[in-house]
Design a protein around this ligand. Structure first.
Ligand code: TMP
Length: 213
């Protein structure tokens, strides 16, 4: 039996991590026999820990050289490869429903911004690198929220990360929307400006619909 891979994507502060917990507990309630695996990128593995430390320690205002931007891209990709090998593929082989808080689309959307002017057409280029070895999700929930509101939500949380800046998040938001337009059959757009309960209901309905197919 092969499981299902569902990913949650969106800009920082769009509410996907909170919704992921709601969705997981609602599915567990409705379908208690299903194995559900909650996971995330960056992972808690060796490369994921390096990335998390770098995200916390670097302020978004520090200029980054082209070489360091490439380094960051390949760290995210290495972490993705580790995630596939250690968590995603083994869980899918066991027939689990895998819910991932971020996945390869985040790399295309975020590093699609950081690599602007360094490689031509960065989103397409990044997606091309993933293509031969990635496992494409069965469904991707894209949480859409205007970057101003997302930043307001983030201000109430402790600790800041380097990508939490308005202009940057605006570009990431545009990239996510472009990626979703290119694969409308995979993406479900979630209006994340609504209250937590309504967003969770919507996201759960989309996941249950996929699981019933
Ligand atoms: P998080 O806030 O969802 O835990 O993600 C950490 C940050 O890392 C967030 O700003 C998005 C960013 N990120 C990338 O830039 N590229 C990636 O491939 C991933 C997975 C995350």
């Amino acid at each position: 039996m092969f499981g299902r891979l569902i990913t949650l994507e969106g800009i920082d502060g769009s509410g996907k991590s909170t919704t992921l917990r709601h969705v997981a507990s609602r599915i567990a309630e409705k379908q208690p026999k299903r194995k559900i695996v909650l996971t995330a990128e960056p992972t808690s593995g060796a490369v994921g820990r390096i990335l998390r430390a770098e995200l916390r320690e670097t302020s978004g205002n520090e200029p980054m050289s082209s070489a360091l931007r490439m380094n960051e891209l390949f760290l995210f990709m290495a972490d993705h490869a580790h995630h596939l090998a250690e968590t995603v593929l083994p869980s899918l082989k066991e027939g689990a429903v895998v819910l991932s808080d971020r996945y390869a689309d985040s790399t295309a959307a975020y590093q699609g911004v950081t690599l602007q002017g360094i490689v031509p057409h960065p989103i397409s280029w990044i997606r091309e690198i993933f293509r031969p070895w990635n496992v494409v999700p069965d469904m991707t929930l894209l949480f859409l929220l205007d970057p101003e509101s997302a930043l307001k939500r983030l201000k109430s949380r402790p600790g800041r990360e380097k990508f939490e800046r308005l202009e940057f998040l605006r570009s990431v938001d545009r990239n996510f929307r472009r990626i979703a337009l290119a694969e409308p059959e995979r993406f479900v757009l979630i209006d994340a400006a609504r209250d937590e309960e309504t967003v969770a209901e919507d996201a759960t309905a989309a996941v249950l619909d996929l699981l019933s197919r």
